[in-house]
Design a protein around this ligand. Structure first.
Ligand SMILES: [Zn+2]
Ligand SMILES: [Zn+2]
Length: 252
């Protein structure tokens, strides 16, 4: 698959010197899409139809709520609710029909059709619960970014040096980056890329382990007056490294 190059945002993300440039890129993309769905685009009929049908995951509905654009969000959730009511209606109807067959009667055997209707309702609702326009767009955008990282590593010596001296990547984004390299690099280049990445992950882990250790030791009374060094926010950066949750989501 061919992806579009996103050279400038990728360079910018590496220059930010965070625990994971892909987390940084994801955070920026998320901000853009949250703004997009609360902006004028939401009145665009095509976008509206998609939002009505798909909606957002709990995290991104929270993100939209936190932007305090109540009128836009109200309009959007109103038509989304209408669509969801329409989609839910046949499941409720079926459930009610099966329930009325047994309601108040003394049947001893578990009603098979009622159990099936309960399970269909559960499947319908849980299937839509994680459906999210923003998650899907972020996933696609991150593919373009990881493609660009691998491409720049392959073609630009200056970027490769920057890459080798960076803090590495979080555990959440690492598999996607390696999978992209596997998809687009020749075996020889893939071998070199993986050598670089594994060295980077190991050196990043060792650095962070020392930082978080000093963070814990700073709480000993004998260390109160000693300098923090780079450890003052080591607990946040360790969580980010382990989970891929960006700084915005684990705010101090
Ligand atoms: Zn990450
Ligand atoms: Zn989402």
């Amino acid at each position: 698959m061919k992806y579009k190059l996103e050279t400038i945002p990728v360079w910018d993300a590496f220059k930010e010197d965070t625990e994971c440039p892909i987390c940084y890129l994801e955070e920026k993309a998320e901000e853009r899409y949250l703004n997009f769905y609360l902006g004028s685009s939401v009145m665009n009929p095509e976008t509206r139809v998609q939002v009505n049908q798909r909606g957002f995951c709990p995290d991104h509905f929270s993100g939209l709520l936190s932007m305090r654009s109540n009128h836009g969000l109200g309009l959007m959730t109103h038509t989304h609710l209408e669509k969801r009511m329409e989609l839910l209606s046949p499941f409720l109807k079926n459930l009610r029909t099966e329930a009325s067959r047994v309601a108040g009667k003394g049947a001893l055997i578990k009603p098979r059709k009622l159990s099936a209707a309960i399970s269909e309702l559960e499947k319908h609702l849980s299937g839509l619960e994680e459906s999210c326009m923003i998650c899907d767009r972020i996933e696609y955008t991150l593919k373009r970014y990881t493609f660009t990282i691998v491409h720049l590593w392959k073609t630009e010596g200056e970027f490769r040096e920057f890459f080798r001296n960076s803090r590495g990547f979080c555990y959440h984004h690492l598999p996607g980056l390696i999978a992209m390299a596997e998809e687009v690099l020749s075996p020889g280049k893939l071998g070199e890329f993986i050598e670089d990445v594994t060295a980077l992950i190991e050196s990043g882990n060792e650095r962070l382990e020392k930082e978080i250790l000093w963070f814990t030791q700073k709480f000993d009374s004998q260390n109160f007056d000693k300098p923090w060094g780079t450890s003052e926010d080591a607990h946040y950066r360790t969580i980010q490294k382990l989970t891929g949750r960006s700084n915005r989501k684990i705010k101090k």
